[in-house]
Design a protein around this ligand. Sequence first.
Ligand code: GLN
Length: 448
Amino acid sequence: AGHFLGRVRAHADLGAYLATSEECTLKQARAADQSISAGDGGPLAGVPIAHKDIFVTRDFPSTAGSKMLQNYRSPFDATVVRRLADAGAVTLGKLNCDEFAMGSSNENSAYAPVKNPWDKSRIPGGSSGGSAVAVAAGLAAAATGTDTGGSIRQPASFCGITGIKPTYGRASRYGMIAYASSLDQAGPMARTAEDCALLLSAICGPDPDRDSTSLDVPAEDFTRALQGSIEGLRIGVPKEFLAEGVSADVRAAIESALRQYEKLGARRVEISLPRTELAIPVYYIIAPAEASSNLSRFDGVKFGHRAKQYGDLLDMYKKSRAEGFGLEVQRRIMVGTYVLSHGYYDAYYLQAQKIRRMIADDFQNAFRECDVIAGPVAPTVAWHLGEHGGDPVADYLADIFTLPGSLAGLPGMSIPCGFGEGGMPVGLQLIGNYFGEGKLLNAAHQFQ
Ligand code: GLN
């Protein structure tokens, strides 16, 4: 742990960490040492990890990358944090992210911009950009992330690491600061599928008293799935995932990964996910709708920032929220409030819910022909800081390949599969059917 804390200090310019506490970390590390000596260390005893600042923690501040929660201290640990600690992991600190996990480049963090360690003039991806950078730059052995519409997979892809988002409901959302509750899932980000399997085994499991959407599916040791043969594995490649819009360098890296899979004995089958393009408008209706509701708790009374000067109560709400929330968060609250308002609800929100179901059905049709689905995580490699010039739609469009799986609640992962423009890493996305995490990790491990 001391080694990693030294590296965190030495590479502070990357902006990956929002909070560290040498005292807390070393205390946990000593306890882990003792448990190892006593022979009762957990499966992750002494492993130094860090948490995306969306997870609340007792020992560190929890900001969600927002001014709204600057210096906020939670009285409890998120279930994911607690489960990893119970497995013996040692916490190095809290990791930078887009504000309330809304973003694709980490540029929406209210704190430092996070830099991609492969090229510091580029974004690391988002919203779990701090997590991806911490792992890629050796500032943590592994990290947690959250994925609502791609936030584990896309930064993993942009930083050349491995990340997995499990089936919706496998990981408890208790203590994960809510963005879009019907989509939010936690998952690990690490160097390899094997490391992800170790962490995911600790993370998953029912939490019925604390998260009503947590599924009654027992925890699983995913490391046991890794060695299976992938001979005859049917890999479905959606034709919409390699259509125009995917840059040539990314396409080449994906094609070569697919050829590698064929060499390993897998079989490539062409499939179709015909509503891929619709995932963008559908997601950017549903996610803001849920966000507008979830973020109503930040009113200057119960949590977080309160304006210093105000007139009456309403004025206090308005000023506190205007000062505490960044522009993208405000934009989503407005969009969400609009699509949920009387008169527009049927036209936008209800319609989006219907198409969401059709997108999920498309996946079930596809899984009749294949075992896992493969394609790019994003249409390009990591872009330059400021390149999208604050145009939110440019960011939204780049989410096209991660959103469909999120809307369907399917497990998905990103594994490094080559390099593209500027020598930047390219990630291969693997999407599995519900509870197919073992199969995904197996396919990833055999590739690595
Ligand atoms: N880029 C997407 C968004 O901004 C996904 C973010 C996420 O998965 N948390 O909503």
